[in-house]
Design a protein around this ligand. Sequence first.
Ligand code: ZN
Length: 253
Amino acid sequence: MQSAFHHLTWKEAAAAIGAGAVMILPIGSTEAHGPHLPLATDVIISEEMARRAAVQLQARGITALVLPPIAYSVTDFSADFAGTISIRKETATALVRDICISLYKQGARLVVISNSHLEPEHVASINGAIAEVQQATGRAVAFPDKRRRRWAARLTEEFRRGDCHAGAYETSLVLAARPELVREDVRRRLERVPISIAEKIRDGARTFNEAGGSEAYFGSPAEATRDEGEATYAALAEMLVTSVIEALEGVKA
Ligand SMILES: [Zn+2]
């Protein structure tokens, strides 16, 4: 099945849009993810969950296409580390807004965001974009935020504790999608960093270093497994599918 929007020709894109295809926009970051994961970790995760959701939507008779991913976002927490590329919040908002408006102007049925970068200002940049799209077009963008209890309940304990940057949660997801990109010899020797970034943020930390993550990871990468990654993708794809179905029903209602 062809699910990559950008692999279509313009005539095929016109046909897909006309036939009511749902557009999934993966959003990640270019950001330090410990000494064992690539900078593209969040892009890999967002694209993979989008791809799996597209397959499931297709099986339910809903055509879904995965857009080219956004690989840059607000990543100030890891700005101390080499390789991290952070953009301003207004740039991030404008980019997401403009992409959605462009698709809606062409008659797209629904845009849904597949996001795996969870820095609060980044999530705020997406919510800001969604509000601007609504204002400009009257159209809604679906955005399931996996930090919300409804979705987080299906994710791993480490994720829910909040020590979820480059720990077992994200490492398992990269192991399941792109195992060749995980530095296994490094990963296996990493000590657990039992710190909840979510709590540290509430206490005022503004960088991973301030939160105690001097190697740009938290949690327990050594405990990551491909099986955990597969189980988590199942939950993340279902989150996107449910969100699309609810949004389409909302459009009809
Ligand atoms: Zn990440």
